[in-house]
Design a protein around this ligand. Structure first.
Ligand code: 1GP
Length: 243
């Protein structure tokens, strides 16, 4: 029997259990033991998947820590790389992000060309993702590193048009990103406008810290909510209370 891909698992999760939580683990900000414990808790709380990656990568325990995370959970562990240095066969898949809100070719296609033979060699499942940065109150690492202004948060129609382009380009999902630790999460209007325009799964993340913010995003049409900083800052957060 052919093995189910990670993307198929996510679609099945959404179909059978409704909108889900995805927990982001950042190896630059959290040590391996704490990440493994978080991964186990995420699974017990019914999360859909783990994202693993960081916006810069200063440490040198990337693979070793990932192995520890993998050994603590049966959830799919999906790479969330900011560049081609963060690719490893230890993961189950890679969220292959094209920063469609940018006009910087390096993050639209340049990094992907560098990564393509590596992804093939590692036999990693690539989940092509239209990645849209949306302004969130202050400059984020992703904005600074990519040299790309985010889409203004009061232009939901622009967010939706970028998402529609992602769908027409054949991407598998769209990620509306306010940036890790964002002051304000992605506005409900931007999520709702995107939901109205496309049928692809929509991931929403950045600055989501309360059950109300999760509910707002879900009501607006998000399929998966990504949570990172909250769990680093308040590790005891009850994940089940968020959804
Ligand atoms: C960042 O969307 C993710 O890429 C998660 O953001 O760390 O603010 O939860 P937070």
């Amino acid at each position: 029997m052919p093995t189910e891909t990670v993307f198929q698992r996510l679609l099945a999760f959404r179909r059978d259990r409704g909108p889900g939580l995805i927990v982001l683990l950042d190896p630059d900000r959290t040590d391996a033991t704490a990440m493994a414990a978080l991964a186990a808790r995420a699974e017990n709380a019914g999360a859909a998947a783990i994202l693993y990656g960081t916006s810069y990568l200063t440490g040198n325990h990337f693979e070793e820590s990932l192995r520890k995370v993998k050994s603590a959970t049966t959830l799919p562990v999906v790479l969330f790389p900011s560049n081609s240095r963060q690719l490893t066969a230890e993961a189950d898949a890679v969220l292959l992000l094209s920063l469609l809100s940018s006009r910087n070719p390096q993050y639209l296609i340049g990094e992907h060309v560098i990564a393509a033979p590596i992804i093939k060699h590692l036999r990693l499942e690539a989940i092509a993702t239209g990645y849209l940065l949306i302004s969130s109150g202050r400059m984020t690492t992703a904005e600074f590193m990519s040299g790309s202004p985010p889409i203004p948060r009061d232009k939901p129609e622009l967010v939706a048009a970028h998402a529609l382009a992602a769908e027409q380009l054949g991407m598998k999902c769209v990620y509306l990103e306010a940036g890790s630790g964002a002051e304000f999460p992605v506005p409900a209007e931007a999520i709702a406008a995107t939901r109205h325009e496309i049928s692809l799964p929509i991931l929403v993340g950045g600055g989501i810290r309360t059950p109300e913010q999760v509910q707002t995003a879900v009501k607006a049409g998000a399929d998966f909510i990504v949570i990172g900083t909250l769990l680093e800052q308040v590790p005891s957060t009850e994940l089940t209370s968020l959804l």
